[in-house]
Design a protein around this ligand. Structure first.
Ligand SMILES: Cc1ncc(COP(=O)(O)O)c(C=O)c1O
Length: 401
């Protein structure tokens, strides 16, 4: 019989979100009358706005015409790559440095093929689970030790360090997944911090994989939305991004990855050329329809709609943050990010999750699911219909006392 891939065997059973879904199902079965509200997952809930939606539907119609039909588009529509560079990076990237993907998560999973099984991996702790799980799958990390995976450098981001890691702990010759605005903490690294990050990466020969999936939620003009706002980043960083959270494309699937030509391996070879090779080998390009939708998202009207959608979720985030703070619970995030990270000192995250589900019938995400430093935290997500968010905020008052 064929043997199981050892790397898969190393993955801890029960990915965070299926586990939450299981506990929710069990609660619902035991309390059939309960009207459960989810502030748990990061899935968008609001319809795609009309102009962007028109881009998608007209794109679908084009495929039914001889003139409009397209087949594979490899790295993506040239016009879309140019527009991404113009709208998000002041035209600083050539089209062959912009790779259109079927979403940020998919590219995060594929990117590690660039570096392979022997690569050292560092993550912010807590972090979005795919950085760690993807590393285990490719064999860059080993078994579960009880608090984390052997071989991953977890760099704690806690209240004590203002949710920015101690970069002296960054391993050399590694890849470092860095997410800002951060999922789950909601923290946004400032310009000084990102400058330190780029400096440390260059000194240590480390490649930053910068996840900017929530960049369009940044409202403070002083906060950077991209690692490429920092001088020197082109030589040490890759950036992944997505239309999921700003345009509601979670189910449409479209993102992009920037791989600058200046980024080189130790032997001087081009990372950009290898990424083009990988995309051509195991990815045949994103959906034509999704790309037409993205083109609509990136004209003046589309950019306005993306801002409107992010503003809506940020409005919900503000309500949650105020509700949490009114209970005397310390929290961060929710101002330039759709996530609120609330602290319950001395308590186990799953126990707090259970208490909130029991008393409020509200589903949250236990912080410990994002890494050891997430213990005693709960993540509240602002992705939900407004009436549900308002009702959930009222119910949170039941946690008092
Ligand atoms: C930090 C972060 N990156 C990437 C993604 C996934 O993006 P996409 O839908 O483009 O795969 C998410 C989704 O929740 C996320 O939180």
């Amino acid at each position: 019989m064929i043997k199981r891939n050892k790397c898969i065997a190393n993955i801890k059973a029960g990915y965070l979100f299926p586990e939450i879904a299981k506990r929710r199902r069990e609660f619902a079965a035991a309390h059939p009358e309960a009207k459960i509200i989810s502030l748990g997952v990061g899935n968008t809930t609001e319809p795609i706005l009309p102009h962007i939606d028109k881009g998608l539907t007209e794109g679908a119609k084009r495929l039914g015409t001889v003139e409009g039909y397209l087949g594979y588009t490899d790295e993506g529509f040239l016009e879309l790559r140019e527009r991404i560079s113009k709208v998000f990076y002041q035209g600083k990237f050539a089209p062959d440095e912009v790779f259109i993907s079927d979403g940020a998560k998919c590219d995060i999973g594929r990117l590690q093929l660039l570096f392979g099984a022997g690569t050292k991996v560092a993550v912010q702790d807590p972090s979005y689970p795919v950085y760690v799980d993807g590393s285990v799958l490719i064999g860059a990390a080993n078994g579960w030790t009880g608090t984390g995976y052997e071989g991953i450098a977890y760099l704690p981001c806690t209240a004590e360090n203002n949710y920015f890691p101690d970069l002296s702990k960054l391993p050399s010759d590694s890849i470092f997944y860095f997410c800002s605005p951060n999922n789950p903490t909601g923290a946004v690294a400032n310009r000084v911090q990102l400058t330190e990050l780029v400096k440390a990466a260059k000194e240590k020969g480390t490649v930053i994989i910068f996840d900017a999936a929530y960049a369009e939620y940044v409202r403070d003009p002083n906060l950077p939305k991209s690692i490429f706002e920092i001088e020197g980043a082109r030589e040490c960083a890759i950036e992944v991004n997505s239309f999921s959270k700003p345009a509601g494309f979670t189910g449409v699937r479209l993102g992009w990855t920037i791989v600058p030509k200046e980024l080189k391996y130790a032997g001087g070879e081009s990372v950009n050329a290898d990424w083009a090779r990988i995309c051509g080998t195991i990815f045949n390009g994103a959906s034509n329809i999704a790309q037409w939708g993205a083109l609509a998202a990136l004209d003046d009207e589309g950019v306005k709609e993306m801002k409107e959608l992010c503003d809506f979720y940020l409005g919900s985030a503000k309500l949650i943050r105020e509700a949490v703070q009114s209970l005397g619970i310390a929290c961060v995030g929710g101002d330039n990010s759709p996530y609120i990270w609330a602290r319950f000192p001395g308590r186990d995250s799953w126990e707090v999750f259970a208490e909130i589900l029991e008393k409020c019938q509200v589903v949250t995400t236990p912080g410990s699911g994002f890494g050891p430093a997430g213990q005693s935290f709960i993540r509240f997500s602002a992705f939900g219909h407004r009436a549900d968010i308002e009702e959930a905020c009222r119910r949170l008052a039941r946690l008092k006392g």
